[in-house]
Ligand binder design. Structure first.
Ligand code: G3H
Length: 478
């Protein structure tokens, strides 16, 4: 029973109203958590952990896995509802919303399998003459978890699930866009795990996060979101240097197209890489560098493909460009384009940059150069800035001087030229893709970044390690 304030959730999908105007559709509402309820939820997580003596952190790994398997069963029963809510709340097309759900289920099973292996390897052994040792993986305590709107289920769960499985207790803040879909799943958490293991907060981060962080009772902060929010949050913790943070943040992933690149491959990979889910992926290609000798050819082919992407409603088959959930985004994107045009760039594709309510038709912008917003800012939307270059050193300099360091893609056929780029690039970003788009998967790969792009590493195995500590029991062998 909730008597407090509620917040209405509007879909990015605009539908005609009785008077013929288009309006964002109301999807539902949620109770707004205030500071007092946030602290109550925190105390529930603290009590369930009970300094490591709680039922959950003390439970054997096999029993924890059983609880998780029971949760997955309940998740699958709710699949249709959750997928529909992903679609309505963030405008992700139905096919991709379904993929997000299925990928999450696979991630959970892969995490369970990896945990079983880690657990098997923590048996007792004679560590050296006179000492029997056991090295375990132990939980860290209370985890404050926050996920993004673009993968509100998958990305959130890639931190939540390993954190839970390792024996931690959770305080989870739902994203601003993509909150309702968590309701049916939180109920499944409640009935699958002991009381207090998973606790949630809805509402404005600015109201609920500061008191929680300032309490000093959060042991681990995990955020998939922006670097700006990460900085604010970390500063709020009283023992900043003792706070473990696992974060995936801003990115400006760059692709380079070498003079001998197979342009069919480069065009199709850059198309997927830069514009799937309207470019709203941290791993999206956010700027393309093309060698001047092939720039015209690449731009002609790439722009033609971009113009063919089908805009529309997320439930319609074949639709690739869908309404944007952040109400201020179309204005921001239009401003980026104005800024580039004022400095000599042009939109290269038909219809690019056209706005219809929350729909923004993707724009290929060329030539982008230093000083324009699109050169350095993470647009996180359907604009593809393209930069001409003569020497690969210009591209390397760009990466060196950029604040981000998540991924890069190289397109080319000369294996020597590619090899010469790989070595400097892997020391500037955390993943280099050859003749392939930037992306997170497969989930066994490390998902991380340098500079402002990440802290800590996620992958099925890395995440389990990140949310735990190696602890030891040493017995004198007499
Ligand atoms: O937004 C960041 C996501 O982790 C990207 O995942 O590359 O599979 O789309 P993805």
């Amino acid at each position: 029973q909730w008597n407090g304030p509620v917040s209405e959730v509007y879909s990015p999908v605009c539908l005609p109203t009785a008077d013929g105007t288009l309006q964002r559709k109301l999807v539902g509402s949620f109770p707004v958590t205030g500071p007092a309820e946030a602290l109550e939820a925190l105390e529930a997580a603290v009590a369930a952990y009970d300094n490591g003596r709680g039922e959950w952190p003390q439970m054997a790994v096999a029993a924890r896995i059983e609880c998780m398997e029971s949760f997955v069963g309940k998740m699958l029963e709710r699949k249709k509802l959750v997928v529909n809510l992903i679609m309505w709340e963030i405008g992700k097309n139905l096919a991709d919303a379904t993929k997000e759900f299925d990928r999450t289920i696979k991630y959970i099973y892969d995490t369970i399998d990896t945990l079983k292996t880690i657990d098997r390897n923590s048996s007792r052994f004679r560590i050296e003459e006179g000492i029997i040792g056991q090295i375990r993986r132990s939980p860290l305590g209370v985890v404050l978890a926050m996920g993004p709107f673009n993968y509100p289920l998958n990305e959130t769960y890639t931190t939540l699930i390993p954190a839970i499985l390792m024996g931690n207790t959770i305080l989870f803040k739902t994203p601003k866009h993509g909150s309702l879909l968590h309701y049916p799943l939180l109920e499944a958490f409640r009935t699958s795990f002991p009381k207090g293991v998973v606790n949630s907060m809805y509402g404005r981060g600015a109201d609920v996060i500061p008191p929680v962080m300032q309490s000093g009772k959060v042991n681990v902060l995990t955020l998939i979101g922006s670097s700006r929010v990460a900085d604010q949050l970390q500063r709020q913790h009283p023992k900043l240097n003792r706070l473990r943070s696992i974060m995936s943040l801003d990115a400006k992933n760059a692709a380079i197209i070498l003079p001998d690149a197979d342009l069919d491959v480069a065009v199709s990979e850059c198309l997927l890489g830069s514009l799937s889910f309207n470019g709203q992926r941290c791993t999206a290609i956010k700027i393309i560098w093309v060698h001047r000798s092939v720039a015209d050819d690449f731009l002609r082919r790439f722009s033609a493909q971009v113009s063919k992407l089908k805009p529309g409603m997320p439930w319609d088959a074949g639709v690739q460009i869908t309404p944007l959930p952040e109400p201020s985004k179309p204005d921001y994107l239009a401003d980026c384009i104005r800024d580039a045009e004022a400095n000599g760039a042009k939109i290269m594709n038909e219809g690019g940059g056209e706005v219809a309510e929350s729909l923004f038709k993707p724009a290929v912008v060329y030539p982008v150069k230093e000083g324009m917003k699109l050169y350095r800012e993470e647009q996180f939307g359907p604009i593809v800035p393209v930069v001409p270059f003569d020497d690969t050193e210009e591209f390397i300099d760009y990466l060196i001087t950029d604040d981000h360091g998540m991924q890069a893609s190289i397109f080319g056929t000369d294996t020597n030229a590619i090899a010469q780029l790989i070595d400097p690039l892997v020391n500037l970003v955390s993943r280099v893709n050859i003749n392939a788009q930037c992306q997170r998967g497969p989930d066994t790969f490390p998902f991380t970044g340098r500079k402002d792009s990440a802290e800590g590493t996620l992958s099925v195995e890395d995440a389990l390690r990140s949310f735990s500590i190696r602890s030891a029991v040493a017995t004198k062998d007499t």
